[in-house]
Structures are given as structure tokens and as C-alpha cells.
Design a protein around this ligand. Structure first.
Ligand code: NAD
Length: 445
């Protein structure tokens, strides 16, 4: 029952490859897009601006550590750059550039008035005390304060940063500018100007995609099985939303193990136990008492290959690769994680007619509610939770159906369709400022 599951080993892409893969994706979208001027693609190939800073941090023992931080604004044609800040020991410039590129396409696919940006600090935050973490967060903002701003570039949380870090960062920016500026950063604590509904927004956006797809597939929730890889923020909330809607969550995993139960788990019990013990386990809780239930211990690899209706990767990148894509039996994949499927795997899944709801659409609920937070901060009028949910559902439903229809028209996969829709929106905004053909026509050439 408690056989230890082996965490899937991934072969990390070389930093330089990550950005070149992003460019390949852009070229593929261009080959399908209608009437996009080549200038648009050339514009989008290179980020607009890059900043590298060194951040001196006084440690608790009196020593001085110097950390390297980055902020990249990939594109701002449709609005201020938008994207998270990650604290990670492997953070590097090519990765931050690629993540900023993806944000440009994510904000365009859900049609919010932002461009794409991203930030990172090369640090293992698990080795820092809370006071060191606060000094690092404030130091990063001192380094980038003239580069970010509510009308230029609006950061948010990402890997290993959270609402508390965003609160410190907003506070430091406000001190530097001598003006309270909550709209400079999103994902803040509610008490400091955060939005209701930001906590489960990523999963909820993905859930609304499933609601739309279920109408097309005539799914009956109680007959529809789901496997969720990863039981953190995104994984727990999607499991809860689908379970509450009647779906059968038959498998869940975290970095320490994976479990399968044919008739489905009680998700509230799993969440309560995970919060108490730090790991996922097959339990049923009545009040405070939780007891183990019969379930099969499987590996994370086996979870990905289960015969289920919906597979939700909600953990890491590079989980579905050319090595295992042929063994995937789910009919639909909802990519809540960023980059869980490699380009080679995409082709195999498409040939097997497996529908992949791509990350830039499936997990865009988070950035959408970040946009709502920015709007509320700027207007000073704060919305009820039901308002946030209604607006998110309207947006996700509309854009999911647009991408789905485009996929059918272009006879392609959903990821390519999502990129094409984004590229068309970016193209419209770039071309509205004039391209060679416009200027030549104006000169009578
Ligand atoms: P998190 O740290 O809260 O949770 C990650 C979960 O994955 C943890 O339960 C961890 O144990 C599990 N995990 C790690 N390695 C694993 C493995 N080998 N097999 C199975 N599980 C494993 O992170 P999160 O915020 O839920 O983010 C998860 C993914 O979703 C990331 O790719 C992130 O970029 C993406 N995402 C998150 C948000 C958000 O708002 N949280 C927004 C957009 C995208």
C-alpha cells in the first residue's frame, strides 16, 4: 500500500534551448495565421527590454550575500508587461526570457490588455530565514523599481514566491515612490489590496474550460474520471472544483507518491490530510479523524498513463515526452502546469487524437484574476467574490470556445490554435501602428 513512488526524472532543457523553442512555436503559429505581416514575427522574436541586477543581502549571521536578479519585458504592444517573479536556484536569463515570451501569448489568448514580462532571482529561498527573505524581496524591488510600474510592468507571484512576498514588494515600491501603489503588483494579501478569488483562480480558469468542453462532449460528471498530477495550489483546487461538480477523481499524486482508487477519492479529506501531514495519502476524514481507505499505490509515471477521461498535469514541466506520449490513454489533457508537454510529445498526442487544452489557455485564470486585481486597485472599488467568478467564467468560456473553433477551422491541435489566436491579436495591435506595406502605400509605392 505504501510503496514509495519514484518522482519522474526530467531532462531539463539547456537554458539556450528554451528560448529557441519559444521562437519555433512562434514560427509555427505564423505558418497557420492569416494575413499576419512578417514584421510582427520579427518584432516578437526579441524581448523589448532586459534588466539584470545584483542584490546585496545582509544575512542573519552578519555576512553579505550577493544574489543575481532579472526582469524581462518581452512585449508591451497590448498593454503593460505582466508576469511573475520566481525565486529559484536555477533561475537564469534565457529561462526568464522564455517565460516572458509565454506571458505575451497568455495575456493575448485571454484578451486582457497586458503584454508579457517575467522576473527571477537565482536563490534557494528554502535556505533563507523569513527576515533574509524579506530583505531579498525588498532588495530586488530596489534594483528594478525604475523598470517596473503600474503602467509599464506589473509583477506577480511565481515559483517559490507568494502573497507575503508580493506584500513586501508592493510596500518597498510604495516607499521608494513615496506613494501607496498597490497596482504595481498583483497576488497581494487581501488586506493589502489583493483580489477575492485569486487563490483558486488558476484552477478555476481550467475548470471553466472543462465546463465548456463537457457541453461539447456531453460528459456526465459522475461517469467522467480524472487523474491529477501534483497536489499543490493548482492540483488541490482543480481536484476540489471537479469533485464538487460530481467528477470522479480516481488518481492524485505529489512528489512523494501517487494513489489510484477506481470509484474516486473524497477530495476534502485528501486536502485536509495533505495540509496536516505534508503529503498526499488515500484517506477519508470524518470530523478531525482520518483513516486510510483501500487504494492502489502507483508511480507518477503510471498515473500519467492511466485510462481516464481527463488528465491534469499540475506539477512540473516536461512530464509528457516522446518517451511516454504513446502510452497516454486519457482522452483530454488539461495543462494547469506550465510546459508539461514537450513539442515532440505534442505531435504524438495529436496523432492519437488526444485533446490537449494548452497551458497558455488552461492556466490563464491566474493572470486573468491578476488583471481584475489591477483594475480594482486602480479604481478603488473592490468586487464581491461572485463578481470575480462570473467575469472569469465569461472570459474563459468565450476564449476557450474561440480557440476550439479555430482549431477545427485550421484542422490543427489546440495549442497551435491558441498561439494563432494570440498572434492574430498581437499582429492587429502591432500593425495598427503601421508596417512596411502601410507606409509604402502611403508613399504611393
Ligand atoms: P505548488 O508548489 O503549490 O504545487 C506543486 C505540486 O507538485 C506539489 O504538490 C508537489 O509535491 C508536486 N510535485 C512536485 N514534483 C512532482 C512529481 N515529480 N510528481 C508529482 N507531483 C509532483 O505549485 P503550483 O502553484 O500548484 O504550480 C504547479 C504548476 O502550475 C506549475 O507548473 C506552475 O507554473 C503552474 N501554474 C501555477 C499557477 C498558480 O497560480 N499557482 C498559475 C499558472 C501556472
Amino acid at each position: 500500500m505504501t510503496q514509495k513512488s519514484t518522482a519522474k526524472k526530467t531532462t531539463p532543457e539547456k537554458p539556450a534551448d528554451i528560448y529557441s523553442h519559444a521562437i519555433e512555436r512562434l514560427e509555427l503559429a505564423y505558418s497557420h495565421a492569416q494575413k499576419i505581416d512578417r514584421e510582427v514575427v520579427e518584432r516578437l522574436k526579441a524581448p523589448r527590454s532586459i534588466l539584470e541586477v545584483s542584490i546585496p543581502v545582509r544575512m542573519d549571521d552578519g555576512s553579505l550575500e550577493i544574489y543575481t536578479g532579472y526582469r524581462v519585458r518581452h512585449d508591451e504592444t497590448r498593454g503593460p508587461a505582466k508576469g511573475g517573479i520566481r525565486f529559484h536556484p536555477e533561475a537564469n536569463l534565457p529561462e526568464v526570457k522564455a517565460l516572458a515570451f509565454w506571458m505575451t501569448f497568455k495575456t493575448a489568448v485571454v484578451n486582457i490588455p497586458f503584454g508579457g514580462g517575467k522576473g527571477g532571482v537565482r536563490v534557494n529561498p528554502k535556505n533563507l530565514s523569513n527576515m533574509e527573505l524579506e530583505r531579498l524581496s525588498r532588495g530586488y524591488i530596489r534594483g528594478v523599481a525604475d523598470f517596473i510600474g503600474p503602467e509599464t510592468d506589473i509583477p506577480a507571484p511565481d515559483v517559490y514566491t507568494n502573497s507575503r512576498v508580493m506584500g513586501w514588494m508592493m510596500d518597498e515600491y510604495s516607499l521608494i515612490k513615496r506613494k501607496r501603489t498597490p497596482e504595481v503588483i498583483t497576488g497581494k494579501p487581501i488586506a493589502l489590496g489583493g483580489s477575492l478569488g485569486r487563490d483558486d483562480a488558476t484552477a478555476r480558469g481550467g475548470y471553466y474550460c472543462i465546463v465548456e468542453l463537457a457541453k461539447k462532449r456531453l460528459w456526465k460528471p459522475e461517469e467522467t474520471s480524472v487523474a491529477v498530477q501534483g497536489f499543490g495550489n493548482a492540483g488541490q483546487f482543480i481536484a476540489r472544483l471537479l469533485h464538487d461538480a460530481g467528477y470522479k477523481i480516481v488518481a492524485v499524486s505529489d512528489s512523494q507518491g501517487a494513489f489510484y482508487k477506481k470509484d474516486g477519492f473524497d477530495i476534502e479529506s485528501l486536502i485536509r490530510n495533505k495540509n496536516k501531514t505534508g503529503k498526499v495519502a488515500p484517506v477519508l476524514c470524518e470530523g478531525e479523524n482520518c483513516h486510510e481507505v483501500e487504494a492502489q499505490s502507483i508511480t507518477n509515471e503510471e498515473l500519467l498513463e492511466l485510462k481516464v477521461d481527463i488528465l491534469v498535469p499540475a506539477a512540473l514541466e516536461n512530464q509528457i515526452t516522446k518517451q511516454n506520449a504513446n502510452k497516454i490513454k486519457a482522452s483530454t489533457i488539461l495543462e494547469l502546469a506550465n510546459g508539461p508537454t514537450t513539442p515532440e510529445a505534442d505531435e504524438i498526442l495529436h496523432s492519437k487524437k488526444i485533446l490537449v487544452i494548452p497551458d497558455i489557455l488552461a492556466n490563464a485564470g491566474g493572470v486573468t484574476v491578476s488583471y481584475f486585481e489591477w483594475v480594482q486597485n486602480k479604481s478603488g472599488l473592490y468586487w464581491e467574490l461572485a463578481d470575480v467568478h462570473d467575469r472569469l467564467q465569461a472570459k474563459m468560456g468565450r476564449e476557450f470556445n474561440r480557440v476550439h473553433a479555430l482549431m477545427e477551422n485550421l484542422n490543427t491541435d489546440m495549442r497551435t490554435a491558441a498561439y494563432v489566436l494570440s498572434l492574430e491579436r498581437l499582429g492587429e495591435a502591432i500593425e495598427a501602428r503601421g508596417t512596411k506595406s502601410f507606409f509604402n502605400a502611403a508613399l504611393g509605392k
